[in-house]
Design a protein around this ligand. Structure first.
Ligand code: ZN
Length: 259
């Protein structure tokens, strides 16, 4: 069982062992790529599934370790297209240091707790319930800005770990937000595509209040925090495109085994 909020570990595939293995991988990372910024074509295109047989390849293992190295100390998540690689892989990690500028109260509100680095290959996100949360979000590929983004409060995350083991966990709060943000990257979506557009602000204004007055043209802004509804944006099929892909992949690997 995980020590941080909202993450179950039913089959031991989402545990600390992953992180220990990564620490040695990180030291092997060669790392020449860096994070691409909004405007770069790869951020707007759909990334491709990693073939099951390629997961153990040096190319994929090195890519994963490079992503872990790059994200460390810079953000809470990184998707492969953000370093110019159109593969369906993302990493996520949240540390005590990373959230040190937030009060206990703020962390509680966001359900944000530290967790060790996780890698998900060919992820699939399935929303759980209708509850949503709107909080300020940023992106390593849109540097210097924040905006209010509504996300599902809870999601089921499935995928494959770099050691080939299946991942199947339920996430709540900030980890669920990170997974949704990174999943979007794999589908060529940036948070600015989903943001409450009148809440975009420079990062140094992150705590400034969002407009409360209903605008004639744009209507009212969402209010910050959790609500029992509003999580329906993922009912758009393209947002959960991974769901179909993993079925295809599973079928493919079954076929392969049959042969
Ligand atoms: Zn991002």
């Amino acid at each position: 069982m995980q020590s941080y909020y909202g993450v179950s570990d039913p089959d031991g595939t989402w545990n600390e062992n992953q992180s220990n293995a990564f620490n040695s991988l990180i030291s092997l990372a060669k790392g020449q790529r860096d994070i691409v910024q909004a405007g770069e074509a790869c951020l707007y295109e759909r990334s491709k599934e990693v073939e099951e047989a390629d997961i153990a390849s040096t190319e994929v293992q090195e890519l994963v370790s490079e992503m872990l190295r790059i994200v460390k100390g810079r953000g809470v998540g990184l998707a492969a297209p953000q370093i110019g690689v159109k593969k369906r892989i993302f990493v996520m990690e949240d540390t005590e240091e990373g959230m040190s500028d937030e009060s206990e109260e703020e962390r509680e509100r966001k359900k944000r707790y530290p967790f060790k680095a996780k890698v998900v290959i060919n992820p699939v996100l399935i929303p759980i319930g209708d509850a949503s949360a709107a909080f300020m979000e940023g992106c390593l590929s849109v540097q210097g800005y924040r905006a209010l983004v509504r996300r599902h409060l809870k999601v089921k995350l499935k995928g494959v770990a770099p050691d080939g083991k299946p991942i199947d966990v339920d996430l709540t709060g900030w980890p669920a937000r990170i997974a949704q943000h990174e999943m979007d990257h794999l589908n060529g979506v940036l948070y600015v595509d989903r943001m409450e557009k009148r809440t975009l602000r420079r990062v140094d204004k992150v705590n400034a209040p969002v407009p409360t007055e209903k605008h004639d043209e744009f209507g009212a802004c969402a209010s910050v925090g959790e609500t029992a509804t509003g999580g329906s944006y993922l009912s758009n099929k393209s947002a959960i495109a991974g769901a179909e892909d993993i079925e295809t992949l599973t079928k493919k690997s079954k076929n392969r085994r049959r042969r």
